[in-house]
Design a protein around this ligand. Structure first.
Ligand SMILES: [Mg+2]
Length: 164
């Protein structure tokens, strides 16, 4: 893998976890005595199965990771990142409603990484359309984040870097 992105950005709902945090689950969340993460009603909350491996792999490759989510359930989303022990991976989290163009402009300002050196994974086509226009390599994912999706995305990024 010769050309790696300088920042990998992930959506949250239906990208790292299989639900909308503002609709399908009931904050606040907690870790129960058996170590599982549960919502207020005791419903078991899970990430997509390979998410931690995906983030570990990026860390191993030296690629910093950020989050960009349009959810209105800001507190719940941040709480889940903490309970799943994921905050250690993220250099920056942009979590608030609005166009994802705003999220990426702030990521660019805060990290100094140009859009052309970012890769972005999201399940919603409109976000892919918006963020693509900035020059970010965008990967529209179908069934949540997996190692295979990461590999495909990094290959697509590398190919996009090949100049004339
Ligand atoms: Mg999503």
């Amino acid at each position: 893998m010769s050309r790696l992105p300088k920042l990998a950005v992930f959506d949250l709902d239906y990208t790292l976890w299989p639900f909308w945090v503002d609709t399908h689950v009931d904050p606040p969340f907690h870790k129960s005595s058996d170590g599982t993460v549960r919502d207020r009603r005791g419903q078991n909350i899970r990430l997509y199965p390979e998410v931690t491996e995906v983030l570990d792999r990026l860390q191993g490759l030296g690629v910093p990771v950020a989050a960009a989510s349009r959810t209105g359930e800001i507190q719940g989303a941040n709480q889940l990142l903490e309970l799943f022990n994921l905050t250690r991976y993220f250099v920056q989290c942009e979590i608030y409603p609005g166009s994802k163009v705003t999220h990426f402009e702030r990521l660019q300002q805060k990290t100094g990484v140009p859009f052309s050196q970012m890769i972005f994974f999201d399940d919603e086509k409109r976000n892919i359309v918006d963020v693509s226009q900035l020059g970010v390599t965008c990967i529209h994912i179908q069934n949540g984040m997996s190692l295979q999706t990461l590999t495909q995305g990094l290959e697509m990024f590398a190919k996009a870097q090949v100049g004339p």
